[in-house]
Design a protein around this ligand. Structure first.
Ligand SMILES: Cc1cc2nc3c(=O)[nH]c(=O)nc-3n(C[C@H](O)[C@H](O)[C@H](O)COP(=O)(O)O)c2cc1C
Length: 390
């Protein structure tokens, strides 16, 4: 059973991620993990922190001589900013005068709900864990899940569909998404350069006004065989698992599978993907006229690309803060401000790739099992033969 956890505070010493349940014998390319972590740090509109940090995945356990050994994997990501926080956020009691309190909760962030829940007098500890710094840990283990999926021929990438009101007005082809993901100079990860420049203008606008902006990313899983997930139980449906995984990312407020949102307002005849039987170089000869279903029907992958969209609300830390209340005096004040991103759509897409990869790795292992990669691949090949013979 594939399971994973993360731990760590935004300004603590390190993040740690645990991944348990992968078969033995998977090659782990450290350079690939670091490249994925780098991708999460990119995008126009990120805050100052991205200049301090260059995340590196330090694998502590579960990998020896470059391959997984079937035991739990732990990955550590050092927080380079820790040296600036050692005195204000120590593990030991430390000096209370050095403590950096978050004195007034930010509307839209976890500050108020978290302080009320945990009975904290201010929101420092809330921010430390609610912050999306945590998503770096997910990207590290998501990269290992991607390496596993790659052994079964699957790939997971993302691109940006919209920033603010600027939207890509067409579907992005897999080759374009690959190209945009391979760039060493990331702007807003949109496959159309003109739309991307207009997206940049949206970010420039909020940079000028001290505001922030959200948007939509799309994660695409390529070459997924039909048959992952099932309708047999509510909590085994692939669409439900993916929606939960992507929604669990900070600031994602809606998830769409395929063209789910437009489908709700369209007649069935315009939505459903008509079936043919002339496909070549595919797991089966069945083909589809289009892919409005986003590769999932009845909670099961149907052999088309899986397309999952995440809708991000705008960042809640504003340079021109909204109205709030002082935690101590209860007087009206402006919400706290701490160095912050203003647009994170490309980065959230990369974090969502990790969540999609972890989810697909889980359902693939549920189906194919195996304690070694040889066993998993043998089972997978047997199933592929069954599909060819169907
Ligand atoms: C990659 C990424 C980076 C983020 N960076 C910031 C940030 O710099 N400042 C901020 O206020 N929120 C940031 N957020 C969003 C907050 O973490 C999130 O809004 C907050 O934890 C509350 O959770 P919720 O929006 O899911 O309710 C970021 C989100 C993501 C996905």
């Amino acid at each position: 059973m594939l399971r994973y956890f993360t731990s760590g505070e935004s300004h603590g010493e390190a993040l740690v991620a645990f991944l348990s349940g992968l078969p033995a014998g998977l090659h782990v390319d450290q350079g690939f993990l670091d490249r994925e972590l780098w991708r999460r740090q990119q995008g126009y509109g990120r805050g100052g922190r991205m200049k301090i940090e260059t995340d590196k995945a330090h694998i502590l356990s579960g990998v020896r001589h470059g391959i997984t050994i079937g035991s739990p994997i732990a990955v550590l990501l050092e927080n380079k900013d820790w040296k600036n926080w050692e005195e204000s956020l120590p593990v030991t009691e430390g000096d209370p005068s050095k403590h950096k309190a978050v004195k007034s909760p930010r509307p839209g962030h976890a500050d108020l709900a978290g302080a009320l829940k945990y009975n904290f007098p201010e929101a420092r500890y809330v921010l430390e864990r609610a912050s999306a710094r945590e998503s770096a840990a997910r990207v590290a283990i998501g990269a290992i899940a991607k390496l596993f999926l790659c052994e079964l021929g699957m790939e997971v990438l993302s691109h940006v569909l919209s920033v603010g009101e600027t939207m890509l007005d067409r579907e992005a082809a897999w080759a374009e998404i690959k190209e945009v993901s391979a760039k060493n100079d990331v702007l807003l990860s949109c496959v159309d350069p003109n739309t991307e420049l207009r997206m940049k203008e949206e970010v420039d606008k909020v940079l000028k006004t001290g505001d922030s902006v959200g948007g939509v990313f799309e994660v695409v899983a390529h070459n997924v065989p039909p048959g992952l997930g099932t309708y047999a139980q509510w909590d085994e449906r692939l669409d439900a698992l993916l929606a939960g995984a992507v929604m669990s990312l900070q600031a994602v407020k809606a998830v769409e599978i395929g063209s789910g949102i437009a489908a709700a307002g369209s007649p069935g005849s315009k939505v459903h993907d008509e079936i043919g039987y002339e496909a070549k170089d595919r797991p089966t000869k069945f083909s589809r006229a289009h892919n409005n279903a986003g590769g999932i029907e009845g909670g099961i992958s149907n052999g088309e690309e899986i397309r999952v969209r995440g809708y991000l609300k705008p960042i809640s830390t504003l340079r021109r803060p909204l109205q709030s209340v002082d935690f101590v005096t209860r007087e009206p004040v402006k919400a706290a401000y701490e160095r912050s991103d203003v647009c994170v759509v490309p980065a959230a897409g990369v974090a969502a790739e990790a969540m999609v990869a972890l989810t697909l790795a889980k359902v693939a292992l549920d189906k194919f099992g195996g304690d070694s990669m040889q066993e998993t691949k043998r089972n997978f090949e047997g199933y592929r033969q069954q599909l060819r013979d169907f």
